[in-house]
Design a binder for this molecule. Sequence first.
Ligand SMILES: [Zn+2]
Length: 478
Amino acid sequence: MPRTCVIRNLTAVFTGYDTLLHPPFIDIAITGNRISAVGPDLNGSFDTIINGTGCVAIPGLVNTHHHFFQVLTRVIPRMQNAPLFPWLVNHYRIWEGLTQEAVYWSSLAAMGELLVTGCTTTADHHYLFPRNTAGDLLDIQFRAANDLGIRFLATRGSMSVGQSKGGLPPDQVVQDEDDILADCHRVIDRFHDPSPDSMQRIALAPCSPFSVSETLMRRTAQLARTTGVSLHTHLAETRDEEAYCLSTFGCRPVDLMKRLDWLGPDVWFAHCVHLNEAEIALFGKTGTGTAHCPSSNMRLGSGIAPVRELLDAGAPMGLAVDGSASNDSSDMLGEVRQALLLQRVSKGADAMTVNEALTIGSRGGAGILGFDQTGVIAPGNLADIAVFNLNSLDFVGVHDPIGGLVLCGDCHRAHHVVVNGRHIVKNGHLITISEQDIIDQTRTIASRLVTSASQRTGIAFMTPPRDSADQIPRYRTP
Ligand SMILES: [Zn+2]
């Protein structure tokens, strides 16, 4: 007999489409890994009872773009005020010291933070495979996801054009293209599970137009389409990238993707800040998805993505925290709020509603990652649910509990989180792994990584640059 669970006495449930209010309370019943009923006073005997008094439930949030290893390099003084290209060039010199142990603990820290802020499915874009680090780094990420109990899609990232060939990354972190494709094959065979209730999937993800060749982009797309996995990369994030593409490829970033056959419902891009009207329409027409990263775009001063316009064009849209060195946070509910506020900054108070922000954070992202039976709370769907407690000072006086969840609150910690029918976060804390162990281990590794990078490179990472000319080595657009 499958195990049964009920979340009792919720104040409100956002289903992924609209808000259910059945005063005074509403319940959600779970059988095995699926939702079996949603409604008031559900009868039956249950193996587990989760007390939802004073709480609201939403579909587990879906993070569509991240770089877990960046948890180790948050708010480094030297790069705190730098835009993307010098920010990257400086960080590469630290990341080239990444070890297997660093990948494991940073993955636990990033996914742990996502879980306790209401995220139940996450993607990660791992593109850093230092030459002197042995081991299969994606395998380590899957081990961490499995240890925590989160639904995980790893994108096999890649960088093949180093500085000696006109790219942005140092040569010691780029790989041979045949080696990259062989490992893409291997991880698809080993980990990709396309079934509807899959807990692990693969997508292929060359890092960006300024770190891989056109040949690798084409060969990656061929491999993805013959094996049935999706494609992902960074695109149109900054004006510097646009200038690089115009200079190197003679066209804008989206035109380059069109030329490489990299548009369609099996493709999603991170950022998409700098799109023109024709490109927005093309995304809608081809079903090309976007991982919107509002905090990262604000932190790096990249700009405001045309999310309203993309939604109106019918383009798929998900939310993402992006790496924790450009966001400094993996707070998934916080990202829902940032998405709403950032659209309103440039387009007015009706540019995005609470329901729209929550929808792109849940159902929108689930569709982009192909987890079609998550992102909606309804009988028959997978039981991926986040429960937040509104019984605190920061929610007093709220007249719309779901609106309040997004617009109010000084803490985004979920009270309970269920993934695939399994209770993973209880009373605000992970129950699968000790949070204190993750904190202690990750902190030690982060400190060691930056100290050894300073000694190896002679770069003073812990000191802010004296002026913009001191952002060495500064990348110059060719
Ligand atoms: Zn990114």
